[in-house]
Write a protein that binds this ligand. Structure first.
Ligand SMILES: *Cc1c(COP(=O)(O)O)cnc(C)c1O
Length: 414
């Protein structure tokens, strides 16, 4: 056997031994040749979702019409939220709801947290946080005449507890960070950072977009206050599926949403009374629930719940470890760098490689049937979703990148 064939045989053997391998068949896979390494940006379509959506549209909307609200639709935000919370986030029931986008939820929870810390003037985040997080926080501090205090963390390892401790004081109202960094996949130490912030009297708001469904979050055990995350990445909820938000039991009565919508109202159909928000996380709902997006999200989450978070995490760590092995062997000689933590326990489910020619290399990869993400300035992000990515996909994707780098137009020759 040639070295090339032996390497592919190793990947095939890993697929054959993968206890989650059969889940891939539960997804729509029209192009068997496609190497999709972007399940962390838009997860694949579960087969059950198309049938469920058709049934909801034809029977619930088409036939039952408005009766469907009391026949199940009204409960969707809390029901899907509880499924996400209990199956994936380590959150007991009544603390997670599905509503709006991550961006809007971030705004609602950040504003509520600031209202709960009157007199404190500082919001802390890090320079490498996801753009929408930075923009929302910048907007909130500008509107309120507050200050945004930036953490300058290592771009690979992400913000450490010591980085957070260095900027905390008794003027800090809120610390808002991503649990898994969207570029490097570094996992932040949620319990340690939360404890530091609490010691300083501040609240913490976590963005779970790149951790929900791929790494354990353990919100309740970690003492978390607030969190948001989206359902269209690892949760396979589909484009524009609504996001989730978490508010810990202990804070629910203290916090009020800046958007007082009727879906947050205790007994919403009483209609006449003044605004009295529900006593649980539903007080952060706004208006009419996006039913189709919610049922699609529910189907995606059900698959993850069936696979179980332990199995998902084990497969994800094996996939990213295998990717790093191939990156070291095949890409580093062509001038690539590893833009993700080496220790499996420190990284989520994607791996970023850096290269000065990352942008054109990404375009060439897509043309070759391999879909990663380009992340400026020089990152190629390989998202490895435990339910749908095979070890052979990792092999074929990184081999394609090596072959491109080895072509005359590609990277440096070894
Ligand atoms: C994808 C992502 C978002 C997206 O927010 P939307 O409101 O859904 O567009 C926010 N934060 C992080 C960290 C993300 O990765």
């Amino acid at each position: 056997m040639t070295a090339t064939a032996a390497a592919r045989a190793t990947a095939e053997a890993l697929d054959a031994a993968d206890p989650l391998a059969s889940f891939r068949d539960r997804f729509v896979l029209p192009d068997p040749g496609l190497v999709y390494l972007d399940g962390n940006s838009l997860g694949r379509l579960p087969r059950s979702t198309a049938a469920r959506l058709a049934a909801v549209v034809e029977q619930q909307w088409g036939d039952r019409l408005i009766r469907s609200w009391t026949e199940g639709w009204l409960d969707l935000p809390a029901r899907v939220g509880d499924l996400i919370g209990t199956a994936l986030l380590g959150a007991g029931p009544g603390q997670t709801v599905v509503s709006d986008s991550t961006t809007v939820n971030l705004y609602k929870l950040a504003a509520a947290a600031l209202d709960a810390r009157p007199g404190r003037r500082v919001v802390v985040t890090d320079r490498d946080n996801f753009p929408t997080d930075r923009y929302v926080l910048e907007g909130i501090v500008a509107a309120r005449g507050l200050e945004l205090r930036w953490i300058e963390a290592d771009t690979v390892d992400g913000p450490q507890p010591a980085d957070v401790a260095a900027v905390l004081d008794d003027d800090v109202a809120l610390v808002s960070l991503s649990h898994v960094a969207y570029r490097s996949a570094a996992i932040a130490d949620l319990p340690a950072i939360t404890a530091l912030a609490h010691d300083a009297g501040a609240l913490v708001l976590w963005d779970l977009c790149h951790s929900g469904g791929s790494v354990p979050v353990d919100l309740d055990a970690g003492g978390a206050d607030l969190a948001v995350g989206c359902t269209y990445k690892y949760l396979n909820g589909g484009p524009g599926a609504p996001a989730y938000l978490y508010v810990a039991h202990a804070l629910q009565r203290e916090l009020r949403s800046p958007i007082q919508g009727w879906w947050a109202q205790d007994d919403m159909f009483a209609m006449q009374r003044p605004f009295t928000p529900l006593p649980d996380a539903r007080r952060f709902l706004t208006g009419t629930a996006p039913v189709l997006g919610l049922v699609a999200a529910e189907e995606g989450v059900r698959l993850l719940a069936e696979a179980g978070l332990d199995g998902l995490r084990a497969k994800s760590m094996a996939l990213t470890a295998y990717a790093i092995e191939l990156i070291d062997a095949w890409l580093v000689p062509f001038g690539f760098g590893l833009g993700s933590p080496r220790a499996a326990a420190r990284r989520g489910s994607h791996v970023t490689v850096t290269h000065p020619g990352a942008a054109p290399l990404c375009d060439a990869l897509v043309a070759a049937g391999v879909i990663p993400d380009f992340r400026p300035p020089d990152g190629i992000r390989l998202g490895l979703a435990a339910l749908t990515t095979r070890f052979t996909d990792v092999h074929d994707g990184i081999a394609a990148l090596r072959d491109l780098a080895d072509s005359p137009a590609g990277g440096r020759r070894p």
